[in-house]
Design a protein around this ligand. Sequence first.
Ligand code: ADP
Ligand code: MG
Length: 221
Amino acid sequence: MSSITFKNLNKTYPNGFISVKDVSLYIEDGEFATFHGPSGCGKSTILRMVGGLEDITSGEIYLGEVLLNEVLPKDRRLAMAFQNYALYPPLNVYENIGLGLTLRDFPHNIIDSRVKAAAEFLEIPSILDKRIRSISEAEKQKTALARAIACHPEVFLVDEDFSRGNAHRHAEMLHDILRINKELKITTLYITNDYQEAIRLNKKIIFIKDGEIISTEEPAL
Ligand code: ADP
Ligand code: MG
């Protein structure tokens, strides 16, 4: 079960700033949850605590029945899509997609089949042997998404800085993450500070302000 439960989650940064206040929320297995709120309201902090990039000050985060607070970040079955795609230029596309699996010592045959399946899903099988420097921005974005799904995560975390600046690429990214959520049934937590986009998506929306949930809306039927 890949549901996410937040119980009275709080984050106080070392300088004393309270960035997340008493957040309690349930996201169903396979659900697509949109976090929306103004810049600085605590959205990234929440995702970073799920991903283990930020300590939890108090409260609990569960993945299914498992208390994530006690699971090392590297052992969490999560994929994250953050800034700049975080691709590794010395490696080619194939090696970048397989990087998470290589680091976890997966056998070569498994890495090979997962990299190829992920590349098929993102429609980039023809660029597998290309260098990162030689591919387009659109292909970099798809390579980063392929790497995320190659790890077979239970939850996918997508922050808004993943695809910023270019409307066409942003639309393509949204299309791809909606497909990943729907077809691979990966629970997805998606951040946007674009109100129109949040509404248009018509998924669960969690409205955040000053670190708190101010309302939650279920999709209209
Ligand atoms: P959002 O993603 O919604 O724009 P963030 O989660 O990045 O917001 O930040 C929430 C608040 O916490 C902001 O006011 C930000 O300045 C503050 N903040 C973020 N990181 C730190 C940090 N390391 N130390 C102190 N304050 C921080
Ligand atoms: Mg942010």
